[in-house]
Unconditional design. Structure first.
Length: 239
């Protein structure tokens, strides 16, 4: 009888780790991820500029793409589609983007602004893990390809959540999910990352497959990455 009780207690301990054990596991995983992406070299990166192409499946069109990101929350995106090009600006909590109905660039708030905050958080991988280390919790794993990933979650603010899924072998983030859950809108955005290559000692994915609310929206191919480019006035705000 005593052996059965001890065995039961052991199983409970293994299946349901204590908060301190879970916290230690998360910290170790975050350290592994940061090391995989460049380790101490990550601290030297304050901004980066990406150039590539975007193939939009819903629009059935292709365009040149520029993504300019400065840590922790400044973002500029230019999608140069032949018809209805898009530009987005995010600067410390304020956002502007192309008016889909015409009329140039307009400041946005509500769900449109929050979706840009989530886009900046995804552009902030892996730094978002170190910047919000105290907020990182475990998330249920998902299968990506043939491998089961390890899930992590960060609640950036109420209704804005980013989940990151790491390959247990490489510690690379191979999948992310950004969740927007407000009183007026509930949606999610997913990105699968591949073709990882080093640029000046920092690991970047050069291929992204994107979904919105379960629909495959398109593919992003990165051709050039510049680390710590000059940030000119007006980069993250429309002129």
């Amino acid at each position: 009888m005593l052996k059965r009780i001890l065995l039961l207690l052991l199983l409970i301990t293994v299946t349901f780790p204590s908060p301190s054990q879970a916290g230690s596991a998360i910290d170790l995983l975050i350290d592994r991820v940061l090391d995989a992406y460049g380790g101490k070299m990550l601290d030297t990166v304050q901004a980066y500029r990406m150039e590539g192409t975007v193939t939009a499946k819903i629009r059935q069109t292709k365009g040149e793409m520029v993504r300019f990101f400065a840590r922790p929350d400044r973002l500029y995106v230019d999608l140069a589609y032949k018809a209805n090009p898009e530009r987005r600006f995010l600067d410390k909590g304020r956002g502007w983007r192309t008016d889909p109905k015409g009329g140039g660039i307009k400041e946005v708030d509500g769900p449109l602004l929050k979706s840009m905050v989530l886009q900046a958080a995804r552009a902030n991988i892996p730094w978002v893990l170190s910047e919000h280390r105290a907020k990182v919790t475990q998330s249920p794993p998902v299968k990506v390809g043939e491998s089961m990933t390890i899930g992590m979650q960060i609640i950036l603010e109420p209704g804005i959540i980013i989940r990151l899924y790491a390959d247990p072998k490489t510690a690379r983030i191979v999948y992310s999910q950004a969740v927007l859950n407000t009183e007026t809108i509930k949606t999610h955005f997913e990105t699968a990352y591949s073709d990882f290559r080093e640029v000046d000692g920092i690991l970047f994915p050069h291929h992204e497959e994107n979904w919105a609310s379960g629909f495959n929206t398109g593919t992003t191919e990165i051709h050039k990455i510049t680390i710590n480019p000059e940030i000119k006035p007006g980069t993250f705000r429309p002129e």
